[in-house]
Ligand binder design. Structure first.
Ligand code: SAH
Ligand code: SF4
Length: 351
């Protein structure tokens, strides 16, 4: 059986045609799946019984088992979802007045092996299917109260989205479908550790979602220490790909920069960062390091983080300081890891 949430509108339309039906029926089904979040094909009341049965014979709805929900004092919620094969992934819903941002996972674990990130310790277990990524939005949307809504989706949970390229692009298509959730692509942000060929492909194919690059170091020495991917695609190549990224004029590439005490929070890094960004329409998102159990790095002082931000602003770089939500429930950036694996011995990632 196929997960219906992995299908594009066109593919579902083709299925209806193969049944001798009008392809527009797929639009009705998309409304049921995403706007109504049905749990059973039987709930699709404007679809004939015969067709509902045919759907149920070929597809399943891709429900995820909610293994755990944790609520932070700041109002954010972390979901642990169990997949059909028993693996657990996490998503984080972050409220901001009536609008929410949902952070979704794209893989179980991650192959990139970044030295500061809890997810890296799992290594890559497997890719998520598009249906499994989309379903995180369906499940989380249930917990958004009346009058509120999910405005932004960030692909910044477990995993390296561009390492699961096909499923990612498929997911972006489904989420932005008018008859489904109808997300504007401007409200979808893909964060990558810097897989240069995939960044180029993402740009060339005009996928349309926002791009965020996890920079985290302004010299190859520091960046390679933190992010092994930098050995393969060092800063010069990464920045060249960003410079050549075909974004329209209004769009900026976001550069995430984790501030680690004594390693990346030195003011001497500011001019280097400014130089790296030269010629790129960009903004910088500073993320103070979130420590996990037995982390070897430390967060900067809040004051140092502010000084770093001010120094960037003074040089004309648009810079925001993100105080991660959900730290008390281990839901902050870099703290997502399969439940129960938190104290597992470090597994070296394949890279
Ligand atoms: N794999 C993708 C997206 C998931 S990580 C990527 O690396 O971009 C999302 C963001 O969290 C990245 O910018 C990463 O640098 C940051 N991050 C990882 N671990 C962190 C930690 N312990 N503290 C703060 N930010 C962290
Ligand atoms: Fe993977 Fe991103 Fe964590 Fe690096 S920071 S290990 S790429 S999830």
């Amino acid at each position: 059986m196929i997960n219906i949430k992995s299908l594009s509108l066109a593919e579902l339309g083709a299925w209806f045609e193969a049944q001798g039906q009008a392809p527009y029926r797929a639009r009705q089904v998309f409304q049921w799946l995403y706007q109504r979040g049905v749990r059973d094909f039987a709930e699709m009341s404007n679809v004939s019984k015969a067709l509902r049965e045919a759907l149920a014979a070929d597809f399943h709805l891709g429900a995820l088992e909610t293994a755990q929900i944790q609520e932070s004092q700041d109002g954010s919620r972390k979901f642990a979802f169990r997949l059909h094969d028993g693996h657990v992934i996490e998503s984080v819903l972050m409220p901001n007045n009536t609008q929410h941002t949902l952070c979704v996972s794209t893989q179980v674990g991650c192959a990139m092996g970044c030295d500061f990130c809890m997810t890296a310790r799992m290594g890559l277990v497997r890719n998520l299917s598009s249906g499994e990524i989309v379903q995180q939005v369906v499940e989380a949307a249930r917990y958004v109260s009346e009058g509120r809504f999910i405005r932004n989706i960030v692909f910044m949970g477990m995993g390296e989205p561009l390492h699961n390229y096909e499923a990612l692009v498929r997911t972006i298509g489904v989420l932005s479908e008018d008859m489904g959730f109808g997300f504007s692509k401007r409200r979808l942000t893909v964060s990558t550790s810097g897989l240069v060929p995939a960044i180029r492909r993402f740009g060339a194919e005009r996928v349309g979602a926002n791009l965020a690059i996890s920079l985290n170091g302004v010299t190859d020495a520091v960046r390679t220490r933190l992010m092994p991917v930098n050995r393969r695609w060092p800063l010069a190549e990464l920045m060249q790909a960003c410079r050549e990224y075909p974004a329209d004029n209004r769009v900026r590439i976001t550069f995430e920069y984790v501030l680690i005490r004594g390693l990346t929070d030195d003011l001497a890094d500011v001019p280097r960062l400014v130089k790296l960004l030269h010629g790129i329409k960009s903004k910088v998102n500073l993320i103070p390091y979130n420590a996990g159990p037995d982390s070897k790095y430390q967060a900067p002082s809040l004051e140092q983080a502010r000084v770093f931000q001010e120094a960037l602003l003074a040089r004309g770089v648009l810079a925001t300081l993100r105080i991660s939500k959900g730290q008390d429930i281990q839901a902050a950036c870099g703290q997502l890891v399969q439940a129960g694996r938190r104290n597992a011995p470090r597994a070296r990632a394949a890279g």
